[in-house]
Design a protein around this ligand. Structure first.
Ligand SMILES: NC(=O)c1ccc[n+]([C@@H]2O[C@H](COP(=O)([O-])OP(=O)(O)OC[C@H]3O[C@@H](n4cnc5c(N)ncnc54)[C@H](OP(=O)(O)O)[C@@H]3O)[C@@H](O)[C@H]2O)c1
Length: 341
């Protein structure tokens, strides 16, 4: 630690606990939730590493989190950001083997939106030289979710529905489904992504804003018989999709991109059509599937290294511009915001 600076620049949370609101990931002014701070250099405890950040991705979960509407409470004064890529520069007892390595990581000690942060060694994946920093910074949250949820779909049939299909996670799932010989009905709200999604392997791409969307979906559902709906939007259209799906269908909600609160009008579907509504959260899934992690991390990295998966970047945002520039950066479509020190 002696040759490291004594302080680190970080983007810290302003809120404490839960906001009690459910506004979705949209933000119009990041300074409501975040502020700049210069903090003492964090010291890695036993089993932890200190990471010098190369890049941190901005996921919808980061935005829900800083607004106080995520499954974990905000901690006022703690750095924000869940996921990134950087160089392990120091370690506590038992984690020394990572020092000197470039790693993908989930921040489980102090947040990723910081020049330096600490996390558990178990939350780090050493990166192959063929994996770009951009892919390293988005290596864990979405890729593991894609693998977990396509596995749920595969166990239930040969076709599934994906909402917000042009999201980074949607694109990973479409590619994975194609490689497994599964069909996908992909729902988007802008058709300008349709050709790209078909090129990735989407079987059908439907626009939820089209006047005849319900008829189009009903027709696709009759033809392809999807059994699982992997839903990041969770709104009134989602319920219509679920109702149009065959008996025994499972609606797996894993995101709330649309903050609209909507009435559930067709609960008889659960009773008479044996349908099921459930949730998915990667954090819990990782706790339940810890033994699989090393193999899955290898599979994820191989897919990025050989080009079957890649991370689209909307823009690069300097760490020192996050508070002033994050809201505008979220308006740039079709890729991740990458925060760079
Ligand atoms: N439960 C879990 O464990 C877990 C894990 C990972 C990710 N997730 C969730 O997965 C979702 C996708 O994450 P990501 O990182 O892939 O997102 P992303 O790349 O940032 O993309 C977001 C996508 O959502 C679309 N979108 C935004 N608001 C919408 C709305 N109100 N209605 C319909 N579509 C909307 C956007 O469409 P436009 O381009 O048209 O704006 C864009 O295609 C998020 O909800 C995230 O929280 C959950």
């Amino acid at each position: 630690m002696s040759d490291l600076p004594e302080q680190t620049f970080s983007i810290i949370q302003k809120l404490e606990g839960y906001s009690g609101k459910s506004e979705g990931p949209a933000i119009s002014d990041a300074s409501l939730y975040l502020e700049d701070a210069t903090l003492p250099m964090p010291e890695p405890a036993a089993g932890q590493v200190l990471i010098k950040l190369r890049m941190a991705s901005v996921n919808p979960s980061d935005l829900h989190f800083i607004k106080g509407e995520y499954g974990q409470p905000c901690v006022k004064g703690a750095p924000a950001g869940f996921e990134g890529c950087g160089d392990a520069v120091a370690a506590g007892a038992g984690a020394e083997g990572l020092v000197g390595k470039r790693v993908a990581f989930v921040a489980a000690g102090s947040g990723a939106w910081s020049e330096y942060c600490v996390t558990q060694a178990a939350m780090c994946i050493p990166l192959h030289p063929a994996v770009k920093d951009e892919d390293g910074a988005a290596q864990i949250v979405n890729p593991l979710t894609a693998i977990a949820m396509v596995d749920i779909a595969e166990k239930n049939g040969d076709c599934f529905v994906i909402s917000a299909a042009a999201s980074q996670l949607g694109k990973l799932m479409i590619g994975l489904a194609r490689d497994k010989g599964l069909k996908t009905i992909c729902l988007v709200r802008r058709m300008d992504s349709a050709d790209a999604l078909r090129a990735l392997g989407a079987t059908e791409v439907l626009d939820v804003t089209a006047d005849d969307f319900e008829a189009q979906f009903a027709s696709a559902s009759r033809a392809l018989k999807p059994r699982v709906f992997l839903d990041a939007v969770t709104d009134a259209i989602s319920e219509k999709v679920f109702v149009a799906m065959p008996n025994n269908a499972r609606w797996v909600t894993y995101g709330k991109l649309n903050p609209e609160l909507f009435p559930m009008t067709q609960m008889g579907q659960l009773i008479f059509q044996s349908k099921v509504i459930e949730g998915f959260w990667l954090t819990r899934w990782m706790q339940d599937n810890g033994a699989l992690m090393a193999d899955l991390a290898k599979e994820v990295q191989t897919r990025f290294a050989d080009g079957r998966w890649s991370t689209d970047v909307a823009t690069y945002l300097p760490l020192r511009d996050v508070v002033s520039g994050l809201a505008a950066a979220t308006q740039i479509k079709d890729g991740k915001i990458m925060i760079k020190p």
